[in-house]
Design a protein around this ligand. Structure first.
Ligand code: IPD
Ligand code: CA
Ligand code: CA
Length: 272
């Protein structure tokens, strides 16, 4: 594979990500409701033949249209000891929301992030069942189906709609998430658990959700959505209040105005 050593070209990279997402979506639509091979990964949720075939299709497009190293969930989970923090990397979840997809709950997406010279430079999330694509490039704003988007301005927790996610097979993390949930559910207008973290982040970026938090996500869940939320004017931090980077175990993404309120609630319960 010939690696791309040139300066970042957002237009070309975006074209590559769009084509790759279309190729992945074609696969996911073909398999939806027709799965034959579903299995459990060790402490990493479910996987089906659709996850694998989608990743192959996406990887093929990206490598031919805008070469960079490739970190995809299905080819990398369980094998990576150190997450990438420098160089040029496509960071891909070929099917975010696998549990939803397997149960035919149509909230699932493809998440494609690009790290360029160690910095998150592009994010694209495609939600096939909603015919919706979100994209953002560093310094270029965030978009939903081509229309500019921005985070909400809500500052009152009473009026806010929040989102989170949790994972059954990590009991300690689950306990902590439930503690945070139990606190905020009394304060917020509502809390949603849509089941696809990359899409949750897009909903923060477009101001539907005012904040989203989750523990133990992986770079392929968050890389694209992080670029989207930041480019839409939002804040993406880890649970210690530092700027989020994909190696962090916890993420809190929100609008500017509600950030400190949610951060305080999480800090009261957090262990990471
Ligand atoms: C999962 C989803 C879910 C989140 C899990 C993730 P997957 O990704 O994003 O919303 O709560 O922690 O692992 O397994 O469907 O790609
Ligand atoms: Ca995922
Ligand atoms: Ca996945």
């Amino acid at each position: 594979m010939k690696l791309n050593n040139q300066t970042f070209d957002p237009v070309q990279a975006l074209v590559a990500a769009q084509k790759a997402a279309q190729a992945g979506a074609k696969v996911l639509e073909q398999y939806f409701g027709r799965l034959k091979q579903v299995s459990e990964k060790h402490l990493a949720g479910l996987v089906s033949e659709a996850d694998l075939a989608s990743e192959d299709a996406i990887k093929g497009e990206l490598q031919s249209l805008y070469p960079a190293q490739f970190l995809g969930e299905e080819s990398s989970h369980g094998t990576v000891e150190v997450w990438p923090s420098e160089g040029n990397w496509w960071i891909v979840d070929p099917l975010d929301g696998t549990t939803n997809y397997i149960h035919r709950f149509p909230i699932y997406c493809i998440s494609i992030g690009l790290m360029w010279q160690g910095e998150l430079a592009l994010g694209l999330v495609h939600v096939p069942a909603l015919h919706t694509t979100y994209h953002a490039t560093k310094g270029g704003g965030a978009y939903r189906n081509g229309e500019k988007i921005s985070v909400s301005e809500r500052s009152s927790i009473r009026d806010s709609l929040l989102a989170t996610g949790f994972f059954r097979d990590q009991p300690e993390a689950l306990k902590e998430q439930i503690e945070i949930f139990s606190k905020l559910v009394f304060e917020a207008r509502g809390i949603r658990r849509a089941g696809a973290a990359a899409y949750d982040l897009c909903l923060v970026a477009e101001g539907v959700f005012d904040a989203f938090w989750e523990k133990n996500l992986k770079p392929w869940d968050t890389a694209a959505g992080t670029v989207l939320v930041r480019e839409a004017g939002g804040v993406v931090k880890d649970y210690s209040g530092a700027d989020y980077n994909i190696t962090a175990p916890c993420i809190l993404a929100s609008n500017q105005n509600i950030y400190s309120t949610i951060y305080r609630s999480i800090s009261d319960c957090r262990t990471c």
